[in-house]
Design a protein. Sequence first.
Length: 278
Amino acid sequence: MKFGIVARRDRVDALKLAYRVYDFLKVSGYEVLVDEETYSHLREFDEGDVSPLEEFDVDFIIVIGGDGTILRVEHRTKRDIPILGINMGTLGFLTEVEPHETFFAISKLLEGDYHIDERMKLRPVLKSGEKVPDALNEVAVLTGIPGKIIHLKYYVDGGLADEVRADGVLFSTPTGSTGYAMSAGGPFVDPRLDVVIIVPVAPVALSSRPMIVPSKSRIDVVNVSETREIILSIDGQFYRYLDPEEEITIKESPRRMKFVRFTDEIYPKYTMKIKRKF
């Protein structure tokens, strides 16, 4: 069994816990890789065990950080490697255990006492052909000028779903329904469902409301304005200014995000974190 370790870089306690996990696994006889950026902030790891995230070829990745760290790992790894998330963030919707549970959780993982939770992702495709990452949380199409609305049409399976003037539109997975989409007025959606949540951001028309469509749908987004730039944001990790004539197609990705879980409970965990968020 081979492990990868990634820690958030701005917290010393996360880096120190990463080293303790690394040392524990090495002493236990397991192969361990540490990502370059973690090593650059704490050079106590063996340099021979350091690797770029993009080249991780491991069975599990232990991520010590918050949702942002997990999303960074998800965007940069080339394989669908199961992630065990240890919460060193603010909310930790994507993480599984708290720091004091770290070694108990790793012991359960080593004993095989876990299951894999798979989550759908979205794949945005640009008409220009530029490659962009898949989204675990959301694809956001936003105004390129703060304070200036954009005019968008979006089609679901070829039919016009809505025409909006707004700050933007979010296309969210159920996993992302507790993030930006919920803050913009979208619903909490059970993460076991495969659907897409469409949420206008601050629309001018009161008739523009959130909607939910099947994950197999093809969603096409067109910028009606011929002059105004828009921003494509993916999971808050990837940003790109798009030309006004650019068109975006959003489909379900063939890839899945995999999380190590120790319980089947969904609602207690999510409802507690939603309350903490608000």
